[in-house]
Ligand binder design. Structure first.
Ligand code: NAD
Length: 275
């Protein structure tokens, strides 16, 4: 079994982002936050640090966990219209009552570096240029980096969220894979996932994918990031159980995660250089 680390690929993408950032005006990324969720705040800090490392300015606009949907929408509209801001991210979770899908429509698609605006997903589905959600793009980047063949092969995506499962299904279709999307209402998940040449787990359920879910030799990409009792992270795939069966498997942490952050930065550098 081959372990598909994302660390070297992430470093290469960060180097590209740094070169692209240096080629024009300094890119600026704005991250709108309205939560007290520790994991989410930790992630925002890690984006800000990574941005600084490649010469991208990063403003964290923290509205606090009691922000109203109107406040969040107005902030996104203001930053969308600000010519000094090139990339704009709305961090989730949002306060109860705020719809991420509705609010993301306020993000200018040209600044939508995490592909959150429904227009970006629509363009992606139509095969038009758009920023893909960084996590979905990271899965594709890993598959390409490790030269995983896709045309005609069976890909199964577990999870149908707007940020990961749905855009990823479109990206895989564009690459001529035969795509199946499984989700929480799928009956007999193992019978579906075990047909996959390429299996992507993006359900947010620790250990959901065991040895019986995986075909011998399959390439398995684990998107899940589930907090553990000791403050760490674990994936959706039971790494120990699946290792002897799979042909290749991404670790958590150190697989999809670092590539996702690096791609957010490269998207921001590209947004700053858009004509
Ligand atoms: P989500 O909760 O919005 O969606 C989860 C999806 O999984 C749903 O479509 C649901 O139908 C499906 N699902 C849930 N339980 C299932 C089950 N038992 N069997 C089959 N399908 C099931 O989550 P999300 O935002 O798409 O994130 C998914 C996971 O990816 C989470 O662990 C999240 O933390 C992680 N994530 C990682 C990164 C990264 O950079 N590595 C980025 C974003 C999300």
């Amino acid at each position: 079994m081959r372990t598909l680390s994302g660390r070297d690929l992430a470093a290469a993408i960060r180097a590209q982002a740094e070169a692209e950032a240096a080629a024009g005006p300094q890119p600026r990324l704005a991250v709108v936050v309205a939560t007290a969720d520790e994991a989410s705040l930790w992630y925002v800090r890690s984006i800000a640090k990574a941005a600084a490392g490649v010469g991208i300015a990063c403003d964290v606009v923290d509205l606090g966990p009691d922000a109203s949907p109107d406040q969040i929408g107005e902030t996104l509209s203001r930053l969308s219209a600000d010519p000094n801001v090139h990339g704009l991210i709305m961090q989730t979770p949002l306060p109860a009552g705020a719809s991420a899908q509705e609010l993301a429509a306020a993000i200018d698609p040209r600044k939508d570096v995490d592909g959150a605006n429904p227009l970006s997903l629509g363009r992606l589905a139509a095969g038009l240029p758009a920023f893909a959600p960084a996590t979905a793009a990271a899965v594709m980047a890993l598959l390409d980096h490790y030269e995983v063949e896709l045309p005609g092969r069976r890909a199964v995506v577990v999870g149908r969220s707007t940020v990961v499962g749905k855009p990823l299904a479109h990206l895989l279709l564009d690459r001529h894979a035969t795509v199946t999307v499984a989700h929480s209402r799928t009956r007999d998940l193992a019978s579906v996932t075990s047909t996959a040449d390429v299996l992507v787990a993006a359900a947010g359920r620790a250990g959901l994918i065991g040895a019986g879910h995986v075909a011998p030799g399959a390439v398995v990409i684990d998107v899940g990031t589930n907090p553990t009792d000791d403050g760490g992270l674990t994936g959706d795939v039971d790494f120990e159980a699946v290792s002897p069966v799979a042909g290749a498997l991404t670790p958590v942490p150190g697989g999809v995660g670092p590539v996702t952050t690096a791609l957010l930065l490269r998207h921001t550098a590209r947004a700053a250089n858009l004509p």
